[in-house]
Design a protein around this ligand. Structure first.
Ligand code: 4AD
Length: 478
């Protein structure tokens, strides 16, 4: 009996065991006529399998099985059954297991075409590796991003990509969630950028965000709702940070006194998330770093004194750095950047402010609060002390936005007025506005772009790297 085993679990402790492993033929090399080395890959781990050489089948079968192994096309899915052994020379290469498998049986489960459009090794190279090789006169194939995305199922097999999506799953796991509908009657974030469709004769669209329905869930008596789900934006933005379909991590909660209660959840969620990633994904971050070198995120939290009066207990809670919009504008003006009074910040201004904050506070992660009402969506609650400003915030990593959040208007008349002022047809959101007529608690929440978090935490430079099958204005395939 050969027992199924995972490549990652093949260590010195299982030497001598009879195992069966399924993986991709990552590399094949014949040594003479009787032996072949087959590197089997599973996820981001590989193990060397020795085929023939007295280990396989016995007697005259060796040459046959070795020839069969040597003829396997790369990326074919194969099963090997054999005995785990300690190699004469320790394994090279960082992802290879320390042990080998002396193969007794070998089956090809799925044959890959011998003419692969790209190879995993080519796709796994960093630009630096390619440049170095070229400088040294070697011919290395450079696979550009478009080509990788065209053949994404192969590209996804590189160690960096395996690592990126492990990290993405870890982030999703931190957020327990249910979902809101994705087919809705109208736009939730403002006019133009929706994908329209026909819903049994009624005009409908793909949800731009779960915004309206997550608020309605709060009206339905839930104290807090979380969601991890797809979000659709028909915007024609060909940038490194926009997708037409991305994963939104959304939360909405009833609040008691202040929208800072929502900010507190952001603080706790992200402090815990970044700590978790740094602790549990060190290997993945290293794998990405080899192909896509990046500077680790510098995270400096403010430590607030938190006094629990009833127990005379003092602790220090980590908190994200909070800066007010006006303060941000002041910093930019001081640095000679032109910004419009009470206007939104453009990409360059955000980037610049990120650098100024980094220089002053030594953190790549901060929250900008109290935006002008005019630049926020219609459902945003104005500040009670000055309605030109709003109870809203954005969160930035390395000078790029990952979150936007706010307190919402829970008074139907104000909501209708603010929608009208922005040219929104109130009739099209009547059910939403009506939800606030039956008693609605003050509430707020935020939306996170999952791929943006992955891209910026890992310093990937392009959001397409953080999406399994990216959808951008030009790409609907594969
Ligand atoms: O800023 P947005 O549009 O805010 C909302 O959707 C609100 N309903 C959220 C809330 O609860 N107030 O989107 C939220 C986040 C952005 O901060 C950004 O990280 C990401 O979603 N995002 C995109 N990610 C990839 N591609 C796009 N086209 C994105 N647009 C927004």
């Amino acid at each position: 009996g050969y027992e199924w085993a995972d490549v990652a679990a093949l260590g010195r402790d299982v030497a001598g065991r009879a195992v069966r492993v399924r993986g991709a033929a990552h590399a094949v090399r014949a040594v003479g006529r009787r032996v072949a080395f087959l590197v089997l890959r599973q996820g981001s781990s590989t193990v060397q399998c020795v085929v023939g050489g007295g280990g396989g089948g016995g007697g005259g079968g060796d040459a046959g099985v070795a020839r069969f192994a040597a003829g396997l096309s790369r990326e074919s899915v194969v099963d090997v059954a054999g005995v785990v052994s300690l190699p004469r020379e320790p394994a090279r290469g960082t992802t290879q297991q320390e042990v080998e498998i002396q193969v007794k049986k070998l089956y090809c489960i799925s044959k890959a075409t011998p003419n692969l459009p790209i190879s995993v090794d080519d796709a796994a190279r960093s630009e630096e590796d390619v440049a170095k090789a070229k400088a040294a006169g070697e011919q290395l194939v450079h696979v550009g991003q478009d080509k990788r995305l065209d053949f994404r199922v192969i590209d996804l097999r590189t160690p960096a990509n395996q690592a990126i999506f492990r990290v993405q799953c870890e982030i999703e796991n931190v957020s327990l969630a249910s979902t809101r509908p994705k087919l809705i009657g109208g736009s939730s974030e403002g006019g133009a950028a929706v994908f329209k469709l026909d819903y049994n004769g009624q005009p409908a669209c793909l949800a731009q965000s779960p915004q309206l329905h997550k608020q309605m869930a709060i009206c339905g008596g839930f104290e807090r709702v979380f969601e991890v789900g797809p979000v659709f934006r028909a915007e024609d933005s060909n940038t490194h940070r926009h997708l037409c379909e991305f994963v939104g991590l959304d939360m909405e909660m009833a609040i008691k006194d202040h929208y800072f209660e929502v900010c507190d959840v952001v603080d706790r969620l992200f402090v815990a998330m970044f700590d978790h990633l740094n602790k549990n994904c060190a290997k993945e971050l290293e794998a990405m770093n080899r192909q896509y070198p990046f500077k680790p995120l510098s995270l400096h939290y403010q430590h607030f004194k938190f006094v629990q009066t009833n127990r005379l207990f003092i602790s220090y809670l980590p908190k994200t750095l909070h800066i007010e919009y006006d303060e941000g504008i002041r910093m930019l003006k001081e640095a000679g950047v032109h910004v419009e009074a009470m206007g939104d910040l453009n990409t360059e201004a955000k980037k610049k402010l990120g650098e100024l904050v980094q220089a002053k506070y030594d953190t790549d992660f901060y929250m900008l609060c109290r935006y002008p009402s005019a630049v926020r969506p219609f459902y945003t609650m104005p500040c009670s002390d000055d309605p030109r400003y709003s109870n809203s915030f954005d969160v930035f990593v390395r000078g790029e936005e990952i979150i936007s959040g706010a307190q919402r208007v829970h008074v139907p008349e104000v909501l209708s007025r603010q929608a009208e002022a922005r040219g929104i047809d109130v009739g099209s959101i009547a059910a939403y506005v009506d939800a606030f007529r039956y008693g609605a608690p003050p509430h707020g929440g935020f939306g996170v772009g999952l791929e943006r978090v992955v891209m910026l935490f890992c310093g990937l430079g392009n959001i397409r790297k953080a999406s399994l099958f990216p959808r951008d204005p030009r790409r609907l395939n594969p």
